[in-house]
Design a protein around this ligand. Structure first.
Ligand code: ATP
Ligand code: MG
Length: 391
């Protein structure tokens, strides 16, 4: 019996989804296999009684690395390194003893779960029989409430698996099962986090970034690439549309002198959404994702969100809408994008920004300004010059 060569992987939510269950399980299985294989891990994966069992190759010993990989697979609720035993009571007792030999503790409790109801003992009986065996053969004590370790025994229709530690994971739905979205990603803190949340709900994310090259440097684009590289740990590979925005911005700039200056940000955003919608058509994506949160900055008041959203026929999803900045920052640190996001960059070029952006841009005024612009042509020109990167 080798103590750490099996990993029991549990998924919570996808078990609930009725007819979709098989589809979701296949996607999760595929994503787990892909994640382990791209790091060169050798293993066998089987689905047994509503969970996945990964059997690691003899030579695999870097458990920290393997845990790190699994923790980034969206759709896993938790996993555990386990020992395997035949579904016979004497073997299970031995397995429990050998598992506990390596752990340092005084009190324990047993929690048996039976997926195979043909097993001759109930979960409670199994807890009692194995518990008694441990107490008799060691100096450990049972404590149902204040225990040092919880020994889980999972009876599947093939084998029994025993473990003591659960590693909590991201949860969510496997990337890919919900379809495709286009996420507007800037170099800031918020949009990588909103992209992550779209992935967490099973979306495959295509990225679009608007840059003001040559007014902004090539570093801004490097920054986006580096952020997307980090997000790839959740979805493996990504496509980025890099859309030139400087011409469009200067066109808006010259048409918004004087009193209209304050509408610039809202106008830029309307064009970003128009362009993103075009890309969503090309990509057959179902929705756009942005990193807006109500009231966070001047362009994100409800009035402005309404005026900005009006240009789009496709749903615009805003996963961070109710988040405080601090919550977003904590999440960015957790997923690993924060350190890159805070590097200095020129956000779609500050030279085009008004001193005091409108906080209540009404749609009539904005439309009036747009009447002086050749909206369709500006959109078409920018799309034509977009570059596509695969990361
Ligand atoms: P972030 O931290 O994501 O940049 P923010 O708080 O700075 O957000 P804004 O700059 O007002 O807010 O942008 C709101 C949202 O608009 C962003 O979260 C992003 O989805 C989108 N966006 C803004 N600038 C760009 C850009 N240059 N390219 C692509 N999307 C952008
Ligand atoms: Mg920004």
């Amino acid at each position: 019996m080798d103590s750490d060569k099996y990993i029991i992987i549990h998924y919570a939510e996808i078990a609930l989804k009725g007819n979709n269950r098989g589809f979701f399980e296949d996607a999760l299985r595929h994503n787990i296999e892909k994640a382990l294989k791209r790091e060169g891990i050798k293993f066998l994966l089987k689905k047994i009684s509503g969970r996945f069992v990964v059997q690691l190759d003899e030579e695999e010993k870097d458990y920290e690395k393997i845990s790190g990989i699994l923790k980034n697979v969206i759709g896993i609720a938790h996993f555990s390194y386990a020992v395997k035993s035949p579904c016979e009571i004497e073997s299970i007792k031995d397995a429990a003893m050998s598992l506990l030999k390596t752990k340092n503790f005084n009190t324990f409790r047993l929690s048996a779960v039976r997926s195979d109801k043909k097993f001759p003992l109930t979960s409670q009986q199994l807890n009692e029989v194995v518990g008694e065996h441990i107490v008799k053969n060691s100096d450990k004590k049972v404590s149902l409430k204040n225990f040092d370790v919880e020994v889980v025994i999972e009876i599947t229709d093939r084998d029994a698996f025993l473990y003591v530690e659960k590693e909590g994971c991201i949860g969510g739905l496997p990337v890919g099962v919900s379809g495709k979205v286009v996420s507007l990603i800037s170099g800031g803190i918020d949009s990588p986090v909103s992209s992550f949340y779209a992935m967490k709900r099973g979306c495959n994310v295509v990225f679009v970034h608007f840059h003001s090259f040559p007014y902004t440097g090539i570093e801004s684009i490097e920054k986006i690439k580096n952020i997307v590289k980090i997000l790839n740990k959740f979805q493996f590979r990504s496509k980025i549309y890099l859309v030139p925005f400087a011409d469009l911005q200067s066109e808006i700039f010259v048409n918004t002198a004087g009193n209209f200056e304050k509408f610039r940000v809202v106008l830029y955003r309307r064009f970003m959404l128009r362009l993103a919608e075009k890309i969503s058509e090309m990509e057959k994506a179902q929705a756009l994702i942005t990193g807006d949160a109500i009231g966070q900055v001047a362009s994100q008041t409800l009035e402005n969100i309404k005026t900005i959203s009006g240009v789009c026929g496709i749903p615009i999803l805003r996963p961070l809408i109710g988040f405080d900045k601090e919550e977003i920052i904590n999440k960015a640190k957790e997923i690993g994008t924060y350190e890159i996001s805070i590097l200095p960059h020129c956000d779609t070029c500050t030279r085009f920004m008004p001193k005091h952006p409108a906080t209540r841009a009404n749609v009539e005024t904005v439309k009036e300004i747009e009447e002086n612009l050749d909206v369709d042509k500006l959109v078409e020109d920018a799309i034509k010059r977009a570059e596509i990167l695969e990361i």
